[in-house]
Write a protein that binds this ligand. Structure first.
Ligand code: AMP
Ligand code: MN
Length: 332
């Protein structure tokens, strides 16, 4: 599902920042965010913009972010981590809708996308039979922790490349896609993987694989790869409309000679039942470097071993936790 990039939320808590006269620290969902003093009292509604919100140019309330290219990023102000942006509901000029309402379109906000694919490469729309890749941020959906509690689960490393989807329809040629579009066959890195892994013959009809393309020239190549490679994180069976469970996903990739994203932990049985599913614990697990490198990792992605529907997310239970050190020091 598309996450709610901009929504109406409650301010849960406000506290002073030592030595700061004009700003305060507020809590919204699982996020700490710095706000202007006097804007909010606990319980007030606000318009909350998640990090990676790209604000519209020309709106008076967005003007203060012009020097930063109108993008909401993680910041540290007076030593306080600030993630997101909380503004008074008066910017909506009009009625304030109920808490939880998505106001992204009403305010003209889009998600910041690092590398939009070249229009010349686009062959057509993303195939409707396959869900697009996306992961919700834990801090925006703390309710998923309750949904995971007691279940076996696994943690993979979040790679910082670009998303690729390969779909072999029941009939007709393979479709290879970037995050949002089917791409024309050509020298682009998405299609290079088709040759490398013979995806047009290896994928059973009706199946799609989704993975992160990493390598030279893609983002910062933090894995330090000598050539581009594909790290699979999902296998989808369009005939059943389901993602493969962890064990089947691992076996599928092994059988077809595909690499997966690094699996950091598989937590089962008593350990899974006793696991402390807290934001603090996951923020710890998100820290560290990519194995065999000195580059800070972007974070982790958490899923149950057996696929589950999440009522909170309205889709598969799966979420990401981004490494705060990465957000502050490495993010472009
Ligand atoms: P973001 O990069 O913030 O847009 O987060 C969602 C994206 O993370 C997905 O669309 C994938 O392209 C990417 N991703 C990287 N590593 C993983 C992983 N281990 N599991 C799932 N998605 C991943
Ligand atoms: Mn990404």
């Amino acid at each position: 599902m598309e996450r709610k990039l901009v929504s109406i939320q409650h301010i849960d808590h406000v506290e002073p920042i030592p030595g700061a006269d004009n700003i305060q620290k507020a809590r919204v969902m699982g996020w700490d965010v710095v706000v202007s003093k006097g804007d909010f009292a606990p319980g007030d509604a606000c318009v909350f913009f998640e990090i990676d919100s790209q604000l519209p140019e020309g709106a008076p309330w967005a003007e203060f972010l012009r020097p930063r290219g109108f993008r909401v990023k993680t910041a540290r102000l007076r030593g306080v981590l600030s993630q997101g942006l909380a503004l008074p509901t008066s910017i909506l000029d009009g009625d304030t809708p109920p808490v939880g309402t998505d106001v992204r379109e009403r305010l003209g906000v889009v998600k910041f996308e690092p590398t939009p694919s070249d229009a010349r490469d686009v062959a057509g729309p993303f195939p409707g039979a396959v869900p697009k890749t996306d992961e919700i941020r834990l801090q925006s959906m703390l309710g998923v922790l309750e949904e995971l509690r007691g279940h076996d689960f696994f943690v993979t490393t979040k790679l910082d490349g670009s998303s690729a989807t390969y779909f072999r329809p029941l009939e007709g040629p393979l479709v290879a896609c970037s995050r949002n579009w089917a791409l024309k066959p050509g020298p682009n890195p998405v299609w290079r993987m088709v040759e490398r892994y013979a995806l047009d013959t290896v994928l059973p009809p009706g199946f799609a694989i989704q993975g992160e393309l990493c390598g030279p020239g893609i983002q910062k190549n933090r894995l330090g790869l000598g050539e581009t490679d594909l790290f699979v994180f999902s296998v989808h069976d369009t005939r059943t409309g389901r993602f493969l469970d962890h064990a089947d996903f691992i076996a599928f990739c092994a059988r077809h000679g595909l690499r997966t994203v690094p699996v950091e932990h598989v937590v089962t049985g008593e350990a899974a039942r006793a696991f402390p599913h807290t934001l603090a614990r996951y923020l710890e697990l998100a820290q560290g470097v990519y194995a065999g490198t000195r580059s800070r990792k972007e974070g982790i992605v958490i899923r149950p071993l057996v696929e589950r529907h999440s009522p909170t997310l309205g889709g598969r239970l799966s979420f990401k936790v981004i490494n705060n050190d990465f957000l502050l020091k490495d993010e472009d």
